[in-house]
Write a protein that binds this ligand. Structure first.
Ligand SMILES: *Cc1c(COP(=O)(O)O)cnc(C)c1O
Length: 363
């Protein structure tokens, strides 16, 4: 690891692979003989055209995205898409939402402004400590879409299956915090979207992958041009200036993922790292895992000691030991270790060693 870097367990923006940062640094002043940084070049230049086209081609290869899906590179974060989704997908004005955490709930609250939204499942009563099983979902056959948050970043829960929907009801998934962490059968989804800053690159870029037949019912005379997926698709994400540098870094991240063996290898690593942590949590009474066992996230591992003062001490002492951002989100408390693709196995081993020492000193 590069000198003076620490293990950054931030939920997002989060760690990027060192080879990606090194490559971006080496190309900073003069990108491929252009005499300028990618940050400084026109988005309509020939040299940048190759950057964005290559990033899209790499994403299509890595995620095995079928031909009949459009890839959009947008701005405004995942949160802007909370509104864009109902705006683009509402036809009858009905949709189903599984409310499994803060971000799913924020998406639900936006959707309510646009239609008749039915809660297909909520885990609010148990402070969002689990995701539903398929047979717990209350789905309507006449909904315009069914919405899920695939990985609940704050609570540390994740779907381990692709929910089935009634015929002709597209599945829409917020994959902000687990995209690129495992192979996904894109054809099972109508829309997959993600803010880039967890597992794809820097903040400022939002990737939307949408099945082509879902484009085109946007009420463009009423709603802003910027949120119209069809317009963005027709303009190849260049209706206005796209987040040029973030798209370039996404391209580098995808190259890194491919060089290691693609999403199968990312899944193997995620399984290895998260199992190490959960196995340790299950082996001691000192810490408790927050998420229900069958819903545990491979990306965000939430745990606590059961004592708020000890939890605060943990956050403080782990930072002094070279690990940052282990304090849990305020709505859950305790600790959260976000271990996306770029977190090396060594980081998780360092965390577990620290947890053992902390337990011995505070038991
Ligand atoms: C971080 C996150 C968001 C919010 O993303 P922004 O880019 O900040 O709008 C939404 N959903 C999930 C699952 C997230 O992890």
């Amino acid at each position: 690891m590069a000198d003076n870097r620490i293990f950054n367990f931030s939920a997002g923006p989060s760690m990027l692979p060192v080879p990606v940062l090194e490559r971006a640094a080496s190309e900073m002043l003069n990108y491929k003989g252009s005499g300028m940084s990618v940050m400084e070049m026109s988005h309509r230049s020939k040299v940048y055209d190759a950057v964005i086209k290559d990033a899209e081609a790499a994403l299509r290869r890595v995620m095995n995205i079928p031909e009949n899906y459009t890839v959009l590179f947008l701005q405004g974060g995942a949160t802007t898409q909370f509104a864009a989704i109902p705006m683009n997908l509402m036809k009858t004005g009905k949709a189903d939402y599984a409310v499994t955490g803060n971000f799913a709930n924020n998406a639900y609250k936006e959707a309510v402004k646009f239609g008749d939204i039915h809660v297909a499942y909520s885990s609010k009563e148990t402070n969002f400590d689990h995701v539903p099983a398929q047979n717990e979902l209350d789905l309507n056959a006449d909904a315009d879409y069914f919405y899920i948050c695939a990985n609940n970043t704050i609570y540390g829960t994740e779907y381990s299956y692709d929910p089935e929907t009634p015929e002709n009801v597209p599945l829409v998934a917020d994959m902000s915090s687990n995209i690129l962490s495992k192979p996904v059968d894109v054809s099972k989804y109508g829309v997959i979207y993600a803010g880039a800053q967890k597992n794809m690159g820097p903040a400022g870029l939002t990737v939307v992958i949408v099945r082509d037949d879902l484009l085109g019912s946007y009420p463009k005379e009423k709603y802003p041009a910027m949120l119209d997926w069809k317009l963005m698709a027709d303009k190849e994400s260049m209706y206005n200036t796209p987040p040029t540098y973030a798209i370039y870094v996404l391209g580098l991240v995808l190259e890194w993922v491919e060089s290691l063996g693609g999403l199968t290898e990312m899944a193997r690593r995620a399984e290895e790292k998260s199992s190490l942590l959960y196995d340790y949590l299950d082996s001691t009474d000192f810490y408790q895992a927050v998420a229900a066992k069958d819903s545990r996230s491979r990306m965000n591992v939430t745990f606590r000691t059961g004592n708020d003062e000890l939890d605060a001490k943990f956050a403080k002492e782990s930072a002094a030991a070279g690990m940052s951002n282990l304090k849990g989100h305020r709505s859950v408390g305790g600790m959260r270790a976000s271990i996306y693709n770029a977190m090396p196995l060594e980081g998780v081993q360092t965390l577990i060693d620290f947890m053992k020492k902390f337990e011995a000193a505070n038991k």
